[in-house]
Design a protein around this ligand. Sequence first.
Ligand SMILES: Cc1cc2nc3c(=O)[nH]c(=O)nc-3n(C[C@H](O)[C@H](O)[C@H](O)COP(=O)(O)OP(=O)(O)OC[C@H]3O[C@@H](n4cnc5c(N)ncnc54)[C@H](O)[C@@H]3O)c2cc1C
Length: 463
Amino acid sequence: MSHWRFDRAAVLGAGIAGLVTARVLSEHYDEVVVAERDVLPDRPGHRRFVPQSHHAHGLLSSGRRVLLGLFPGLSAELAAAGALTPGSGDPAMGDRSLFLVRGETTIRIPAWWSGGFGASRILIEHVIRARVRALPNVTVLERTPVTGLLTDRSRRRITGVRAAGEDLGADLVVDASGRNSPLPEWLERIGYRPPPQSVVHSDVRYVSVVTEPDSSFDPEWLAILGGQAESGSSVGGVVLRVEHGLLHISFGSIARSEPVPADLAGLRDFADRLTAPVVAEALRRSTPTGPIRTFRVRSNTRRHYDRAREMPDGILALGDAASAANPIYGQGMSVAALSAAALGRVLAVGDDAGFGRRAARAIAATSAEAWRLALGEDLRYRCRTEGVRSPWTTRFGEDYRNRLERAAALDPEVAAAFNDVLNLHRPLSSLASPRIIRRVLRPLRDRDPGPLSATVAAVLGAT
Ligand SMILES: Cc1cc2nc3c(=O)[nH]c(=O)nc-3n(C[C@H](O)[C@H](O)[C@H](O)COP(=O)(O)OP(=O)(O)OC[C@H]3O[C@@H](n4cnc5c(N)ncnc54)[C@H](O)[C@@H]3O)c2cc1C
């Protein structure tokens, strides 16, 4: 708890970032108002302004950890709603794994250690929304579009927002309005330069379908992430087990790769050509429960509010509004949760001096690793960029990356290190430690990896 309390905070958007931020702010502000332009369903459901929920959303274990800390009992609630919850002793989980297929290489990671929940984004959002709505000092307003900022006379402090045609006063405004955030434009309108930004034109296309597996189909995996890189382009398929035994299957292509067909017969042919045969099997042995959905993300943007020359007080941005990396790496919900937690830590320090700058830096630091990781991959596919500094890790080189992935398939210690990075527990640089480099570069033959889950637990002390 902080030593100081404020009156009111306003949050723009009731997506994952907005909800988690509202939960964090509820400990520091007397009142938190979340303004959401969409209609909010009272059951798990898709929303008009969050079209990406039709596409498979995996939660990283770093994000899961934050969510469980902020919402104790979340696992049990998700399980009660039909989700699989690794790590909770759920007998339905058995020793299911997550399979990461990269070209010819398959890395098997025990699901209880690596991943989030066997739940769709709409279910996770629904359960969190209900928890946030139940907080006594939080109000979630639906059908309430925010159209601009309110300022004091000097324009040095934001004093609230214009929401659904009315003034909503607030001591702090947090923009969690997603990847098309209007904040840079609003800042310009009141005389500030928009923050510097980095843009990657990765042109990602998704084609997705939710299916019900045949009763005889009970695979040993919780999720398959089947990427397949070719020179300068990549296509892949993801299958996630979600609530009520359903499968959420998404196919994606990046950077001028061949388009993914958007009909079932075409999708089956496409899946047959992926190097992960389990993706095709999942599609063949299940029946769609709804239409096939498509989505295109042309570019990914990181807005550097921490580097803005001048910012008014009383305004922050987080989640996709601040840093929206290529979604195929499955980081967005986790980064949103980690950033909200970072904001909470800054608020808990309890000192107003330089709060805005410190909070913006803490939020940027939290999302930086995810951005670098996604950027490093995007650059492999020669995506066009603007204002982007290549991370030093791109110097790893293609050969080291390929060897690392092959080593991870056989060596549990490398698998654990790789998995830790993918789940945002450790920086990418940890894969360049002398110990990991030695293990990656030694000959791969004649190594008995042993039972993976036991070895991973031994190496990392994970429980
Ligand atoms: C195709 C695709 C696949 C993805 N897959 C994954 C994945 O596997 N794993 C993962 O973790 N993440 C994934 N993501 C990213 C993930 O969806 C987001 O990063 C994450 O949910 C955080 O988003 P957010 O809350 O910042 O924004 P959003 O989820 O976009 O929510 C923003 C909210 O703000 C509201 N809003 C916008 N403007 C206004 C306004 N002016 N006034 C009031 N309300 C407003 C919107 O209606 C919306 O409810 C994927 C994204 C895409 C596009």
